[in-house]
Write a new protein. Structure first.
Lengths: 162, 162, 162, 162, 162, 162
């Protein structure tokens, strides 16, 4: 049984993330989609809001589990029995950042392997930051994020404009 | 059961390749190490020589199968029942080439996923071409390739010098 | 009146090229699509075949002119009265090559400006070489090239297999 | 009539920006040089100061208009009737950032095209940040920015040292 | 007599830095290892702590001098009589940043030359930030930094957890 | 006494190379400018022609020695007593190639250090290949190469056109 952890901030989950999650759920027996890090003031959504949105967005995928953790990614992988840490890569900048992180994680625990998947081309420009930037101008983000996320973003930025 | 194909030219197999193969053999149930392409005049080793060296170098790995194919990689994956095409990445140039190839393979057959692993840092400069260049100066390549390969290279380049 | 030259080898024209041509035809008053370079043995198509295919693929665009030249690109631009040399960019590697070429062209004639457009994401992996590689395996390239090109490629590679 | 918008923060305008503006003014019928974004505490100059400096630096260019906007760039382009959003690129990092932004802008409004020009090599290292860093050490920036900007920077950083 | 300055923030010094320092001490007659910049709130260590750690880590190298400065790097080089500003490069991102800085420094004083060395592959992922991140999880950083630094980090992050 | 070897193909030497050589001659006590590799059919100039042109172009630099070698670069460095192998870098692609080569050379002989210098921005696009391409169109290359080289190129390409 091959278990993989797909880690991220997911503030909020985008269609780019979802593309990776759906492809991963076909490849591996179990996929943990896990939010890492402590809650921060600069985040738009609380950890709870992000978990809720991820759960709604992935509810059609039986072998996908949504979680959050403040541990090191490799420690979390070991805890849930995953040998694979999966990362999506959109472009060369992502690759440079992620390959460094992969070396660091390997130093921390060489029993966990980092694997990269390239994001589908149509989602290459879709980051959580970009989505929030576009939503902050009250523009439609329906092609960039799951419907549940689009609704939450619309509401959040309407409140901010008041 | 998760099967992966690790494809390459392997002219010859290096310790960088072997690092990927060993790590892959721990992650996946079955790993096919497959030489793709037609025999070419510019290769140093015949397909048969490369298969022999790969077999010797991986004989300690029970779930690794050495093979050669002139098919498209995705067709080969489907034939052996693999859903994963595994590629090692040494640096940014590799990433740019491989991400393009991954998109092309996805166009050809979206049921096969390309996954990338980063080569261990100490092997980042070790390509088959570099190894052959160094061996052509009759220099020691024992830290760069399996022992069986070092022996073959030594002999090949001694013959060329005669 | 702003005239632009879009230069390339077009061996053969792809949907990535056509995407750039269509967008350019909306932006500029006249667009010259020009094949540069001498005929080479390594090309699949003759200059005449490439011109024919470009003419068919762009016949719906009134302000697009297909041409071929063995001059320097900047000399050709001056000859047809174009101040803009347009280049499509698919990825970082393309950018590095093209920015160098832009500096060289500026050295040769600073009255011609090189402008870059990014290829639509879905065509980022589509180069003439990749298309030919896929077609050489007798695989469908209908989503990658105009219909007229797909037909010619099919025929060329069927002949080669005989 | 081809209108282009050249957008930036211009905190302050540099000779690298001016090089792009002068070349653009020759290529296009009308060029809008537009400061985007809200005033921020981290900026050195107010929007008004930046507009003044841009006006002085471009007063020899009849078809160049200086403006500021808090809209999305594509909305602004549509408002002034521009079909081209022009961006200067200094290096590979710039390209990666800008190509992502171009895809996002295309998602927002596909009737506006982003075009890139490479900055002249002698200005490749000249960013507004670098200029401010050098000026903060009370060093001469006369070769890096228009004379009017050099004067303002000198005065700003003399005040800060008091 | 060839003198070189190796500049950095050294918050804290890592084995990657030390690798460059040791190699530089063999190449040049005198090497100044100099902390540039003003003390900042975001730093973990004070300038004094960093100097102490650098002194301990380099005490086996007779021709290495540890120092701190708030001047421009080129002014400092001139002051100590160094014609070489040495920078370590770990990857492509580093190169892009450093080449820009080299051009800026050359603008400021063309009598000082910037030279780059590539960090040993095993230290390519080791930045001061990464080390602090790992240490903040109370994980072992003994293979990443000199022993004296590992001790200080351990203590600092134990205090933070109280 | 610090000796450096600046290696290349120099087919032909350009102003970009000469910029590095002149800066190196100020930094190091002795500089060897050495052509590596065997004569090839694809080269425009013979080794002897390249040596002659390098000698003319560097005759104003007393501590610069022109040479040619078919050894490995590190073996040559050791032979002439140089501890530094100097390489010029024009852009990110160059960096990626050269950093790999540096690691290979370090594997071969860790007593020789590779150092990189960035080419002056105005020469960033000037490679021997580009110069030959421009000269083959009978265009002026006087700003790109030393006068002696411009003369030789002019003659070579006039002969080819006959």
């Amino acid at each position: 049984m091959v278990k993989a952890v797909y880690s991220g901030t997911f503030d909020p989950v985008t269609n780019g993330h979802l593309d990776i999650i759906e492809r991963a759920s076909k490849m591996f027996d179990e996929v943990y989609v896990t939010i890492f890090g402590h809650p921060t003031k600069t985040a738009l959504l609380t950890i709870e809001e992000r978990i809720d949105l991820l759960n709604i967005a992935t509810k059609h995928l039986d072998n996908v589990h949504v979680d959050a953790s403040t541990s090191l990614a490799v420690d979390y992988c070991r805890k849930v029995g995953a040998t694979i840490l999966l990362r999506g890569i959109r472009n060369t900048s992502d690759y440079e950042y992620e390959s460094n992180m992969a070396y660091a994680n390997r130093y921390l625990d060489s029993s966990v392997e980092t694997l990269f998947m390239v994001t589908s081309p149509e989602f290459a420009f879709v980051s959580s930051s970009r989505v929030k930037e576009i939503a902050s101008f009250h523009r439609d983000v329906n092609d960039l994020v799951p419907a549940c996320v689009a609704g939450v973003l619309k509401k959040k930025y309407e409140e901010k404009s008041l």
